[in-house]
Design a protein around this ligand. Structure first.
Ligand SMILES: *Cc1c(COP(=O)(O)O)cnc(C)c1O
Length: 351
């Protein structure tokens, strides 16, 4: 740290991303990426001539992508916002809408507390219930920015739009942000409620279900005034925050939606297979509607299991925080990867 940095930033606790080892020898089940590559249509769309066009700035409005996406989701274009990953949008959200404070769960996506601190927003940390489900009643009438990951991470547990609607309806002076990064793996989206409530913003990403984590493409759906607010921040920081190649890849992915819904089905099947195998081995596995599971065993501590798996070239994600340190979050890879994971797990438990 230099002596020039603002005092406030010196003490900021930054987000810790999952490991991204560059030697490529791991079965990588630690950051919820897709085991499947982008569709052939995406690969073919990234032509030599598109690459040559990198000399030109990209379309700040992402018009082609927006129009295809609006059609697929049945929403109007003015209700859509694209950004450089959904983390970028979450940053804007805390920055723009956090003036009365922000409420989010104690066990949830780690970035919310970082953004709250970054933007000097008073946090209200709402504990999950003992069974790790969201305590809907605790969010009612908070009258501050509310951010809920649905399905939640790292638990994988989902809530219904009807439950979330209670929160939205009781919090009309501020917005409710539903972070739907994992919505395509079996939970129900709240996008349909954005027409009814001007204080709802749904945020999504191409990083998980659309195999594009490295391309950085996030989106938000909400009432057009809210989208306008997000545009104000975008045009005050970086209007070109979705690069040319990502816009092209994103457009091709949207047009080839079937490929991705098929992949999601495969991942859900594999998830259910791994869940039942782990339960058969005595693990506690939370009911997941995401592309990962959250599991613990009485036979081995969470950190020990993480370490032993890593020694066997399988990476999972372990969090040190108190309520969940017994658990590991395991991304659902391909069926073959998960068979290897289960075999290594058996070796470890047999040692
Ligand atoms: C992965 C993830 C994101 C970030 O997605 P990007 O679009 O890659 O920035 C946001 N929210 C949750 C809950 C996530 O797990």
């Amino acid at each position: 740290m230099s002596r020039f940095l603002k005092e406030k930033l010196k003490s900021l606790e930054t987000y810790t991303p999952g490991e991204q080892p560059q030697d490529k020898k791991y079965i990588k089940l630690n950051t919820n990426e897709s085991p499947y590559p982008p569709s052939e249509a995406v690969i073919n769309a990234l032509t030599r001539s598109e690459i040559e066009d990198l000399r030109l700035y990209c379309d700040p409005e992402c018009k082609k992508l927006k129009s295809a996406f609006a059609e697929l989701y049945g929403v109007s274009e003015e209700c859509l916002f694209f950004s450089n990953g959904s983390d970028d949008i979450l940053n804007f959200v805390f920055w723009a809408f956090g003036q009365d404070g922000a409420a989010y769960n104690d066990i949830t996506y780690g970035f919310y507390s970082v953004f709250a601190e970054l933007h000097s927003i008073k946090p209200t940390v709402v504990p999950l219930k003992n069974d790790f489900t969201v305590d809907i009643n605790a969010f009612l009438g908070q009258n501050k920015l509310i951010v809920i990951a649905n399905p939640n991470a790292p638990t994988g547990i989902a809530v219904s739009p009807a439950e979330i609607e209670k929160i939205i309806a009781s919090n009309r002076k501020n917005i409710v942000v539903v972070d739907e990064a994992y919505i395509d793996f079996g939970a129900e989206s709240c996008i349909g409620l954005t027409e009814k409530y001007d204080n709802l913003l749904c945020v999504g990403t191409f990083s998980k279900s659309r195999s594009m984590a490295g391309a950085r493409l996030g989106f938000a759906v909400g009432n057009k005034e809210l989208i306008n607010d997000l545009d104000r921040l975008k045009y005050s920081t970086n209007p070109y925050n979705v690069n040319r190649l990502t816009q092209i890849a994103g457009l091709a992915a949207v047009k080839d939606n079937r490929y991705y819904t098929d992949n999601c089905k495969k991942i859900m099947d594999t998830r259910d297979f791994v869940t039942s195998r782990l339960r058969g081995m005595g693990f506690t596995v939370l009911d997941s509607k995401a592309n990962f599971i959250f599991a613990k065993s009485d036979k081995i501590s969470g950190s020990e299991l993480y370490k032993k798996l890593k020694e066997k070239d399988v990476l999972v994600r372990h969090f040190e925080s108190e309520r969940i340190s017994d658990f590991n979050r395991i991304t659902i890879g391909s069926r073959e990867e998960m068979e290897i994971f289960l075999a290594k797990l058996n070796e470890i438990l047999g040692e």
